[in-house]
Design a protein around this ligand. Structure first.
Ligand code: GLN
Ligand code: ZN
Length: 763
């Protein structure tokens, strides 16, 4: 019999119950017991959802982050909370959030300023974990209580539980050394703690433990590979069976290593790592279980079950009892339940599967493998019908859009003249002072603005009423900016709920869910749009708003768009064509908007690409392939304009060292980035590269309610001017101001404009 299991289930809840419980607890509005009760209820419900599987994950639940849970299990807390006498859950939140960090004060992509524990992306997902902090003195001490409690809980519900833990090598690899010491040197101290954990689990009668080592799908040098040998030989005598679990990619030349570690089973991602299968089938010792992740845990599409069976049946014939099947990775990265959706596009709905539906698919596959396809004929036929309808839909494949792609040529991404020539023409036209000031786009999203958008959506106000309200907001925003004395103005983005959704709603090929939330970090969730079909722009998207805003002022008004790469990277995207193809379609749509704005007299256009870096593949060897098409897409979107039109772009970070050439290749006239917290040091990359175009290094940290002083900002720009010629420097905040309040923004921008004036006066 083929065994079914799951690697992890989304814990936030179909209606984001965990989010609301956490935030209410953090605000002091509910008790710790109430929060713990919500946790237990969600675990029980999610286990029930998985009850049809042979093995069910336990330990995948976390109140904030599974990596932080692992740190607590290993008794590894950062120095700064040691000795704090607090309830363990409160200590846990303190590590995650710091004492006073506001719960929900970050924009997608600008998360780094919120939590006290440093956060970083979990591999190439949009999930962020709390980075373990190591020093030469780090030691570990097992605290298995959380895992054992959850195990007992699952057992009491009659479940066949499989504890899930992060493996020691991945754990060390995910962490950071705080003192420059070698974190691999900690392996010797770490392994006995893991062994003890495995013993304690065995003592509870656990048979299988899922030990996640996704680091195996990244490039590892000899020392890290060797660490795998050391670690897993140390566990050889552990009284449990280990399922060494990899996901998010393929093992490539690490296949041999993975196949021969002394563990009882190996899990592989068959969505991204299908190439591994044939070699692994030859390499794998005949005593080992092979678990195949056959259902995409990273995307929302229904699996083509018949196609999977076509290649899986021969594997079953070869492996027999040794074959297990599962989703490719934890389902943490997909929404919980398609059945929650009441208003989904009826054509698209049958093409989708969220976490619960994916587990149903898994069971259909298992029955087909165990009892023959005939035993699930109806399910397989229905699945085929859905797959066919998606493939044949005119909204998915539009020949006219495909034809437009084939007309893309090198010329399209090319500005008329090099930057130096353009800069002169733009200076002539825009007549900006030295150290020109601007903002990144959004101004505070007040409760009134949110209400108006909601009322328009629900039909409570009509289009005329809505447009009137928004124009009022734009007028106020323009008036304030003029009063502040900013040089290049923005309309404020009041009409936008979200920088991707706003455009997705106006393009073909996108659809949206009501409850398709995915955890981003802690209580924070995102609801990615679903890019299901060929994309084009039926009509202009921003031209009316921007031309209205421009009509209110003599100063240049910046058109404000989201770039194609960010639209792609923050959506669930098609799996039936390469990402690059979807991205080029987006690029053409944005290009049309850019050209319409230019035709309407808009002199400055910003195209935001905060998610450009996020799309980098896990393996460096694949970076170039991605960057080639990503940069090309930005250039297609931006560079059709005449020399006199100034193109800005914005990114919410400043780690450019390793991608500097690509950033320069964008050839934006001005790039605004986040730098205030790094004290301009990260501008070194631009300096070394001799970055030729203009830069607006953020001088005002928008994640903090602090009002930066004029002197601080002058100081920052002076530092920047040591690295970048002053005539190419702009003065602006780090990011958009939508999460701030007007009473914070006004004084901060007043100081910012004063700082620019001081610099101009050369004081
Ligand atoms: N223009 C957007 C804003 O100001 C940019 C947001 C972002 O970079 N994430 O809100
Ligand atoms: Zn930003």
């Amino acid at each position: 019999m083929v065994i079914t299991h799951n690697l992890g289930f989304p814990r936030i809840g179909a209606k984001r119950e965990l989010k609301f419980a956490l935030e209410s607890y953090w605000k002091g509005e509910s008790s710790r017991d109430a929060l713990r009760a919500v946790g237990a209820e969600l675990r029980a419900r999610h286990w029930q959802d998985q009850a049809g599987l042979d093995l069910i994950p336990v330990g995948d639940f976390a109140f904030y982050d599974q990596v932080l849970d692992m740190s607590f299990t290993l008794g590894h807390l950062p120095e700064r909370v040691r000795g704090v006498k607090d309830d363990v859950l409160d200590t846990y939140f303190r590590v995650a959030r710091g004492r006073s960090a506001p719960a929900a004060d970050a924009q997608a992509g600008c998360t780094s300023g919120v939590a006290a524990g440093e956060m970083t992306k979990w591999f190439d997902t949009n999930y962020h974990y709390i980075v373990p902090e190591f020093t030469a003195a780090t030691d570990f001490a097992l605290d298995a209580s959380r895992l054992l409690e959850q195990l007992a809980e699952a057992r009491s519900q009659g479940l066949n539980a499989k504890p899930v833990i992060i493996g020691p090598v991945t754990y060390l690899a995910l962490g950071k050394s705080k003192d420059g010491s070698d974190r691999l040197a900690l392996l010797d101290r770490l392994l006995p703690v893991y062994s003890e954990l495995l013993n304690q689990l065995a003592a509870q009668g656990v048979q299988w433990v899922q030990i996640d080592e996704p680091i195996l799908v990244t490039e590892l040098d000899e020392r890290w590979r060797h660490a795998f040998e050391i670690a897993y030989h140390a566990f050889k005598t552990a009284p449990v069976k280990l399922l060494l679990t990899t996901y998010f990619g393929d093992l490539q030349d690490q296949g041999y290593l993975a196949a021969h570690l002394p563990v009882a089973g190996l899990h592989l991602d068959m969505v991204r790592g299908r190439n591994d299968l044939a070699p692994l089938l030859n390499l794998l010792p005949s005593t080992k279980i092979l678990s195949l992740g056959v259902i995409d845990g990273r995307n929302v599409w229904k699996t083509d079950l018949n196609a999977v069976l076509d290649w899986l049946e021969p594997v079953r014939d070869q492996l027999g009892e040794r074959l297990w099947i599962a989703p490719s990775c934890s389902l943490l990265h997909v929404p919980v339940d398609l059945d929650s959706e009441q208003r989904l596009d009826p054509e698209v709905r049958p093409w989708l599967a969220f976490a619960r539906q994916k587990l149903d698919e898994l069971q259909v596959l298992a029955r087909a493998l165990n009892q023959g396809r005939e035993s699930v004929r109806a399910e397989l036929d229905a699945n085929r019908a859905a797959i066919d309808s998606r493939r044949q839909s005119a909204r998915v494949n539009d020949p006219a859009i495909k034809a437009a792609l084939s007309r893309i040529d090198a010329q399209m991404g090319q500005r008329q003249s090099p930057y130096a020539e353009r800069a002169l023409k733009q200076a002539e036209r825009l007549r900006l002072p030295r150290f020109p000031t601007t903002t990144i786009g959004s101004f505070p999203q007040t409760p009134e603005i949110r209400r108006a958008r909601q009322q328009f959506r629900s039909g409570a106000i009509d289009e005329a009423g809505y447009v009137g309200f928004m124009r009022g907001e734009i007028a106020r925003c323009v008036r304030e900016q003029e009063r502040l004395g900013l040089d290049v103005l923005v309309h404020g983005e009041a009409e936008r709920n979200d920088m991707v959704e706003y455009f997705g709603e106006q393009l073909t090929g996108f659809t949206f869910t009501e409850f398709g939330w995915v955890q981003s970090y802690g209580s924070r969730c995102v609801k990615p749009p679903i890019l299901f079909g060929d994309v084009h722009r039926p009509k202009p998207m921003t031209v009316d708003w921007i031309t209205y805003a421009q009509s209110l002022t003599e100063r240049p008004m910046k058109g404000m768009l989201t770039g194609p790469v960010t639209m792609l990277n923050w959506s669930f995207v098609r799996d039936d064509q390469p990402r690059s193809v979807s991205c080029r379609q987006l690029a053409l749509a944005i290009r049309e908007e850019v050209l319409d704005l230019e035709r309407a007299g808009v002199r400055v256009i910003q195209i935001d690409e905060p998610a450009l870096r996020e799309g980098l593949p896990l393996r460096r060897s694949q970076w170039k392939g991605y960057l080639d098409w990503a940069i090309e897409c930005f250039r297609i979107a931006a560079n059709g304009v005449s020399d006199e039109t100034q193109i800005h772009t914005h990114m919410c970070y400043s780690e450019f060292n390793d991608i500097m050439a690509s950033i320069a290749d964008l050839d934006a006239d001005v790039i605004t980035i986040e730098t205030s917290r790094s004290d301009m040091e990260l501008l070194a990359a631009f300096e070394h590269f001799q970055y030729p175009n203009a830069i607006g290094p953020g001088v005002y940290d928008v994640h903090s309610p602090n009002i930066p002083s004029e002197a601080q900002m002058v100081e920052l720009i002076r530092k920047a001017a040591e690295r970048i010629p002053p005539e190419r420097l702009w003065v602006n905040p780090d990011c958009g101001l939508k999460t701030r309040q007007w009473n914070e923004v006004i004084p901060a921008l007043t100081n910012m404009v004063a700082a620019a004036k001081t610099l101009r006066a050369g004081l």
